[in-house]
Design a protein around this ligand. Structure first.
Ligand code: ATP
Length: 948
């Protein structure tokens, strides 16, 4: 195989008019083995990555100019102009420097957020299934080269342009490329005329299209910009960086604050003028006061907190695809989760097989192919080779299968699954009886598994035997297709009594949390007939496998309950299996029932809405049911997180507030529809992510509170001083400095505060709740008032009406406002928990921010050449330093004392809540049964605790 003969462009132009074999040979590839790793390396050097060249990023200067368009900056510029008119060149320079600094900070934050999102996009970048050195493996789609032998199935994005080699029932949606919205049937065996237009090349797959149904093998003929999509790449718009609802609300808050400040400042301006202040000077003060009242650091702090939050979520295995969802996460109050793989481990081991007459127990753990068969009735060991019905069932199960089980590479005695674990369990089962799936011969046709159909079939041609169809799937689906039953090595008619009895067996197995599959077959079938061959089958047996619940999910479910979040299981599995697992995990109570998809169909929206509060398990549902449930739950005002993996789940995932795709088993389409991807497919990760989401929102609220309280302090200070007729206590440039540096840095530190303990012990925040409610508004005014009072007191202690002391009193007030705000930032780390309980050093970032701000402030006051810049005309004396230190701590002390006082009252309440929760009975809203419907024992229990 040489690489020099490859000419992908030519191959691409002609590959639809050549047979698959010819294309493979031109590309030096092999239908079964694919390319070798060394060939891939060489080709990567020649053709580069399989990626579309991105549109150039927005240049730095444009981002910078965009920052200057902010309303706040406009206000600062007005202040600079007024200072210039007054001939205050140092002020003008300082204000302009602050404008530049603010914009540079803004650009920096924006870039950081973009980088964080970019990194996440890479994490969730598309992958491709490809044969390398004969092994099927998952690689980044970017690493594909012409000649790679790829596999695609329903839900996959086509990773490059490729010529089909084999496959059944394949349809591909090429809307992105041709605008044709209905999926196109594909045919690997077709050889087309060279002039066939793109939309009719039914033996080709094109990058950017999506496999709608079926599965296929293909060989890559063009990658990157050589693909059809690459040619029209300029049509693909880069996604704009969206503003999150929070950012929009903040912008509105900013506008509101500007108006409020302008009004307040107007009053101060009028007061000062009335006192005979000089017009321009008073105007200058008024404008700088307005600027001081607006928290310039806010947008930067929000962006950085969200970006840091994204990184933290990744560390906890949750990849957020949209910045906005970080906020929504914290408000989630219903999590609808799949069962298999999310709540359970997706490690299947067959425990039982039932044929028409006999039940067998199977021993052995995990995927190791060693285990014994014994009779369920007598518990005696049984040799499978003497059991023709058992062998037949196992053969069908192993042949209707794509999974492989290979020894793990680490020389341990563990086994590694390639493919679907359900199928792998069947391969292992067959091996325990000495059967290999490779004995099935040629695969002539396949109708792939689909979770709506709940079955899969293949037509195979075993050597020296008639060709046969093998089908496996959910018991009721398979039994509906059977007319005969395998009994003692023969086939017999399948009677209604047989059917009833078998369904009972399946139900009984499911009630023991076994996942049950039925297998059936028929010989002498016509392989070309598609789905019609799936009828008149012979029932061969049931296989029951266990899929143990994940250990960590039990705890996660308990967290959900205490956090006011309802977990709901929505699964394709049998209702009894689903209920058994749901009960084990605490999702459903013993007396709760499951609703099946069929029952759902019979309920009107109103009746279903009434049931929704009581049911925690929906079983045997299709993707359409999932969509209906999401819509109904949302229409009731819930904030719904919904998981999905298959292509059919994408609409429900998209319709939910937080659509969650499985990172390991999810299809590309579902991932694209999702807002969050779970790297480990684990329910516990969803709950962790909600906790982080709550923490991030709490942090944002904390530093908004912190910044606004600081600004309120400055306004009150200036306002009271003006009302009292004192001389101007702070200069414009000093106010700006306080606002941007002493407030801004600690706000960033508050943004990275880890989620507080107890974050998951309260009800979710309503999505529509205001950022600052009236109580918090009052609180922040009170906190601001405290620092204003401290600064006023410090100013007056030094000033005492003596004009000669004005310079000293100004510097004292300046320092008190700065240090009071810095120490107060420590108290803002929690509304309830005292600082000493939190641990003084448990947020090192905040400590570092405080340290830097502190040094900068001291520097301004003590370094002589900075004095003129900041209008400082005196050094504080020793006793003045004592006044500064003492008064600066007042706000923090008061807030900490109030925490102790109110914290005690809260603790009493918490204890009552704890006791209520420990009864672990979900309320009706949580899926529990209303009190009047509780069974006797529960009612008694409730009565006992009624004193709470
Ligand atoms: P969940 O939806 O919670 O992940 P699930 O894995 O049981 O649960 P589906 O994958 O939709 O849901 O499967 C539904 C049913 O289809 C299963 O209960 C099983 O009977 C049957 N089934 C599952 N996998 C296969 C398969 N590979 N081939 C044939 N039938 C299958």
């Amino acid at each position: 195989m040489s690489t020099t003969s490859i000419a992908p462009a030519t191959t691409f132009e002609t590959s639809h008019s050549q047979s698959a074999v010819e294309v493979l040979s031109i590309l030096g590839s092999d239908a079964r083995l694919g390319l070798t790793e060394s060939e891939v390396k060489q080709r990567q050097d020649i053709y580069g990555p399989n990626a579309l060249t991105d549109r150039p990023a927005v240049p730095l200067w444009r981002q910078f100019v965009a920052q200057l368009q902010e309303i706040v900056v406009g206000l600062l510029l007005v202040a600079a102009v007024i200072a210039a008119l007054l001939g205050e060149w140092i002020d003008t320079g300082a204000i302009l420097a602050i404008v530049v600094l603010n914009s540079v900070l803004g650009v920096f934050q924006q870039r950081k957020a973009e980088r964080a999102l970019g990194a996440l996009q890479k994490l969730s970048a598309p992958t491709a299934k490809v044969f390398r050195d004969g092994q099927l493996c998952n690689v980044a789609a970017r690493d594909l080269v012409p000649g790679d032998r790829i596999e695609v199935e329903a839900g996959d994005h086509v990773p490059a342009d490729a010529r089909l080699v084999d496959g059944f029932g394949l349809q591909s949606s090429e809307a992105a490329l041709t605008g044709e919205s209905t999926p196109i049937d594909k045919d690997p065996s077709a050889v087309l005329a060279p002039e066939t237009p793109l939309g009719d090349r039914r033996n080709m797959l094109f990058q950017g299209s999506v496999i709608a149904t079926g599965k296929a093998g293909a060989v890559v003929v063009a990658t990157g910009m050589e693909t059809e999509l690459g040619r029209i790449a300029q049509l693909l718009a880069r996604q704009n960086t969206e503003q999150t609802p929070l950012q929009r609300r903040l912008a509105a808050l900013g506008r509101g604050l500007v108006l409020l400040c302008v009004a307040l400042v107007g009053i101060i301006f009028a007061l000062q003028l009335a006192r005979g202040g000089q017009f321009l000077e008073t105007l200058h003060l008024a404008v700088s006061l307005a600027v001081a009242a607006i928290p310039e650091g806010l947008p930067a702090a929000v962006t950085i907190t969200l970006a840091v939050g994204l990184e933290r979520l990744v560390r906890r295995n949750a990849i957020i695809r949209k910045l906005a969802s970080v906020e929504t996460l914290g408000s989630v109050n219903v999590i609808c989760s799949d069962k298999t793989g999310t709540l359970t481990r997706n490690e299947m081991t067959v425990r039982e097989v039932h044929t028409s007459a006999t039940g067998y127990a199977v021993s052995g753990a995990g995927y190791g192919p060693t285990g014994e068969f014994s009779s369920l009735r007598t518990a005696r060991s049984i040799a499978p080779e003497n059991q023709p019905d058992l062998l037949r069932a196992l053969e069908v199960a192993a042949w209707c299968n794509h999974a492989r089980v290979v020894p793990a590479s680490d020389a341990s005695d563990r086994w590694h699954v390639v493919g679907d674990p359900t199928e792998a369990a069947l391969v292992v089962l067959a091996r325990k009886a000495g059967l290999e799936s490779s004995s099935r011969g040629e695969l002539l046709h396949e109708i792939p598994f689909d979770s709506d159909r709940k079955a899969m079939s293949v037509v195979v041609a075993p050597p020296n035997r008639p060709r046969l169809i093998c089908l496996k799937g959910a018991p009721e689906v398979v039994l509906d297709k059977c007319i005969e039953i395998q009994r003692n090595g023969q086939t017999a008619p399948f009677t209604a009594a047989d059917r009833r009895q078998l369904l009972e067996i399946a139900d009984e197995m499911a009630a023991r949390a076994l996942r049950v599959l039925a297998v059936a077959y028929r010989e002498d079938v016509d392989a070309t007939k598609g789905v019609e061959v799936e009828r008149d089958l012979v029932f061969a047996g049931f296989v029951g496998m266990i899929d143990p619940p994940r250990d960590e999910v039990r705890v996660a479910v308990a967290h959900c309950r205490s956090a006011g979040i309802r977990p709901i299981m929505i699964t394709g599995d049998h209702p009894s299996t689903a209920l058994a697992i749901a009960r084990e995990l605490g999702i459903a109570r013993e007396d709760q029932k499951a609703i099946t998809g069929r029952e759902l169909d019979q309920l009107s929206d109103d009746r279903l809405a009434a049931q929704l509060a009581k049911v925690a398990v929906f079983a045997r549902v299709t993707a359409e049911h999932k969509l209906r449930l999401v819509r109904l739950l949302r229409s009731q005002g819930n904030i719904v997180a919904m998981t999905g993996d298959g292509v059919n789940d994408a609409p429900a995932v998209k319709a939910s507030d937080i659509g969650i795709a499985m990172g390991m088993t999810g299809t590309d389409v579902t991932k694209e529809a999702s807002t969050m991807v779970l790297a480990d497919d684990n329910f516990a990760t969803i709950v962790n992510a909600v906790e982080e989401g709550r923490g991030i929102f709490d942090n944002i609220q904390k530093f908004i509170h912190y910044l606004l309280a600081g600004n309120a302090g400055k306004i009150i200070f200036m306002f009271v001083a003006a009302v009292l007729g004192w001389p101007n206590p702070l200069l414009a440039v000093q106010l700006l400095w306080l606002n941007l540096v002493t407030d801004g840095l600690p706000a960033l530190g508050l943004g990275v505060e880890p989620p507080e303990r107890g974050t998951m012990d309260h009800q979710p925040r309503a999505a529509s709740a205001p950022l600052i409610d009236w109580r918090q508004g009052l609180l922040l005014l009170a906190h601001g008032g405290l620092s204003a009072l401290s600064a006023l007191a410090g100013f007056w202690i030094v000033y005492q009406g003596d004009a000669a002391k004005l310079a000293d009193s100004r510097v004292v007030a300046f320092c008190i406002l700065a240090f009071a705000q810095l120490s107060y930032s420590l108290s803002c780390r929690s509304w309830h928990v005292p600082l000493l309980t939190l641990g003084f050093a448990s947020n090192p970032t905040l400590l570092a921010a405080i340290g830097v701000s502190f040094v900068l402030q001291i520097g301004i006051v003590l370094v002589p050449f900075l004095h003129p810049v900041f209008g400082i005309e005196a050094y504080p004396t020793g006793s003045e330093w004592l006044v500064i230190v003492g008064l600066s701590c007042v706000p923090m002390f008061c807030v900490e004392l109030s925490k102790l006082f109110f914290g005690r009252r809260d603790a009493g309440h918490e204890k009552r809540m704890e006791l209520t929760r420990s009864r672990s009975l979900p309320t009706p809203e949580e899926g529990g049964i209303p009190n009047d419907e509780q069974p006797e024992t529960v009612a008694n229990e409730m009565a006992k605790n009624s004193s709470f």
